[in-house]
Design a protein around this ligand. Structure first.
Ligand SMILES: Nc1ncnc2c1ncn2[C@@H]1O[C@H](COP(=O)(O)OP(=O)(O)O)[C@@H](O)[C@H]1O
Ligand SMILES: [Mg+2]
Length: 581
């Protein structure tokens, strides 16, 4: 554990590597300001013992002026110290956040099946903020307090060996107490932060799904759910602050008792003429400096423990490999034909390994062919689309494109040449134009608007006062389902992919716009391999071939006419069901 912490500590320090030059500047001013604090008791001593005793006014003036200069230097350098350390902290956290975000967004799909959005956001904001503090202000306080504690101790010895030996007897038991309490606090800080992260996960879920919450009038339930989580983290925090309060109380009691004892013992030395009053005064000032610094070190200890907790989680994420799906040597970049073969595919989702979704599924799609996949809901149709884009890898079997396993393709190139329009298209909260251009970032406005025309989106977009510049709101909430769908289709058209997947793409459209979109897709599918996943007969009827999926297998394949003539086949039954409703 100690080793692990040490490792973590070094890595935390390493995080701020780029800021070291700034930190060194901060360090420089830190040393000056601390040194200034260390010398002033010496002047107090001079003032009391020399100037005041011998009633030497000019000596007093001189000492006062020097003290003033020392304090001014101290004030300026400590504000510069604050500036540089805090600046370094801000820079580090900015870099850390950006790295962490790119790390999160580059993860493979499985990762997101296992994580909660809110928890990830918590790491991105709360954990990094804790680290920022630890890496800047806390580090500077650590160094300053450490420096002052050690320097003060040395000066204590220098000022009076007798008194100091006496003090050193008190320190080890206090140190032991610090260690015991620290351990408890550390355990609680980590679980408090975990609980807090969970509560933000709950809040995130409720807020992003607010329409559902309101539609079901479940506000109270959501409030309850959030409050429950808050209560958990509150209970843990309460335990933690109880420990900290006891700890601080105990330590400061011991500290003040020690001071009383020092004054008593020092007074005795003064009475016995073994020490001057000035020396005793400066001695007490040093003791206070040391005690104050040691106390600060104690409180820093708990801060660093939280930082370790945060650091742990941040590094855990930082280290999560994103290269699992990368292929080593010379990945293929271009899909030229668009021939798709799925051979004996077995698949279950990593998050639910015992539920088999595909079971020895095989199918073949010729280049530029339009096929449809039909089957009952939850049967694995969308899963096939996800597998083609390699969001997941198969458990058994393989998927070939142009006779090459998809594992041989560069992941980005593969996904770039597959266009998908899904059931619930997710739009980014930017303008309509930005959303369409998402498919081809360097497209001109003409390309964007002609894609919109092909997708029958142009007319409704132009009817908005701000046209293509209209903002769509978060996840596109300011558009109707059919409008969103057509923007998503325009996005896919602009991408001009070799393989087009329409996953219930037209199911949210009314029959008139569906008719229009069908016409658009008609043009689109001529020059590419197209997979249509749909349950509406009108959508699949024109496909060159229809595959019927049942229990993870293809149970029937053929044209609409061929399939419909098999009276007892799955397809006929599916159609029957559709019309009986
Ligand atoms: N990310 C996931 N993790 C675990 N199970 C999933 C995931 N996505 C879908 N499933 C499950 O896989 C099955 C097939 O889903 P899907 O392919 O979406 O069906 P559909 O044929 O309706 O498109 C469903 O039972 C669904 O619950
Ligand atoms: Mg589906």
């Amino acid at each position: 554990m100690i080793n692990k912490d040490k490792n973590l500590f070094l890595r935390l320090i390493n995080l701020s590597r780029e800021e070291w030059p700034i930190l060194f500047k901060g360090m420089f001013f830190l040393l000056i300001s601390s040194a200034a604090l260390m010398v002033y008791p010496q002047y107090i001593k001079v003032i009391i013992d020399d100037a005041m005793k011998s009633k030497d006014m000019s000596g007093l003036n001189k000492a006062a002026i020097i003290a003033m200069v020392v304090f001014i230097i101290q004030a300026i350098s400590s504000s510069l110290r604050f500036y540089y350390f805090t600046l370094a902290g801000e820079k580090t956290v900015k870099r850390l956040r950006s790295k962490l975000f790119s790390q999160i967004i580059s993860q493979e799909m499985t990762f997101f099946d296992f994580s909660k959005t809110g928890e990830l956001l918590g790491r991105l904001s709360a954990d990094t903020a804790i680290l920022q503090n630890a890496l800047s202000v806390n580090i500077s306080m650590l160094i300053r307090s450490g420096f002052q504690a050690i320097g003060g101790l040395a000066l204590l010895f220098f000022t009076s060996v007798k008194l100091t030996v006496f003090i050193l007897v008190i320190i080890p038991p206090i140190g032991l107490l610090v260690a015991i309490f620290g351990k408890k606090v550390k355990a609680f800080s980590k679980s408090t932060q975990d609980a807090l992260a969970l509560s933000s996960a709950v809040a995130e879920e409720s807020i992003s799904g607010v329409r559902t919450v309101k539609a079901f009038a479940q506000e109270d339930w959501e409030i309850h759910r959030y409050d429950d989580q808050l209560q958990k983290s509150f209970d843990l925090s309460k335990k933690r602050i109880t420990i900290v309060a006891n700890f601080t109380g105990l330590v400061s009691t011991l500290g003040f008792l020690a001071i009383v004892f020092i004054v008593w013992y020092g007074g005795k030395l003064v009475i016995q003429n073994e020490m001057s009053i000035g020396t005793l005064t400066s001695y007490i000032l040093y003791v206070m400096t040391v005690a104050f610094s040691a106390g600060l070190l104690g409180s820093l200890y708990t801060d660093f423990m939280s930082a370790f907790g945060a650091g742990h989680r941040v590094f855990e994420l930082m280290e999560k490999s994103t290269v699992g799906f990368e292929n080593s040597n010379k990945p293929l970049k271009v899909i030229s034909e668009g021939l798709i073969e799925i051979e004996n595919a077995d698949f279950s989702y990593p998050a639910r390994p015992d539920v088999s979704i595909l079971n020895s599924l095989s199918l073949k799609i010729a280049p530029k062919e339009t096929i449809a996949i039909v089957g009952s809901s939850g049967g694995g149709k969308s899963t096939i689309a996800q597998l083609l884009m390699r969001f997941y890898d198969l458990n058994e079997g393989q998927i070939l494109i142009d006779h090459k396993p998809i594992k041989d393709y560069d992941l980005y190139a593969l996904r770039n040449q597959i266009g998908i329009v899904s059931q619930e298209p997710i739009l980014i909260s930017e303008s309509i134009e930005d959303n369409i251009r998402y498919g081809k970032p360097d497209a001109s406005f003409e390309e964007v608007s002609s894609a919109a025309k092909l997708a029958y989106a142009f007319d409704f977009v132009s009817s908005f006062p701000e046209g293509f510049k209209t903002l769509v709101g978060e996840k596109g909430v300011q558009l109707s389902g059919g409008q969103k769908q057509r923007v998503a289709i325009a996005r896919a058209i602009l991408k001009d992919p070799k393989i087009l997947i329409l996953d219930e793409a037209t199911s949210a459209l009314d029959s008139e716009s569906e008719f229009l979109v069908q016409k658009a897709l008609e043009n689109l599918r001529k020059s590419r391999t197209t997979l249509i996943i749909a349950h509406r007969l009108s959508t699949v009827k024109n496909a060159d071939k229809i595959f019927v999926l049942n229990q993870g297998k293809i149970v029937q394949a053929g044209s609409h006419e061929e399939l419909i003539s098999a009276k007892d086949g799955f397809y006929s039954k599916l159609i029957e069901k559709q019309f009986s409703h």
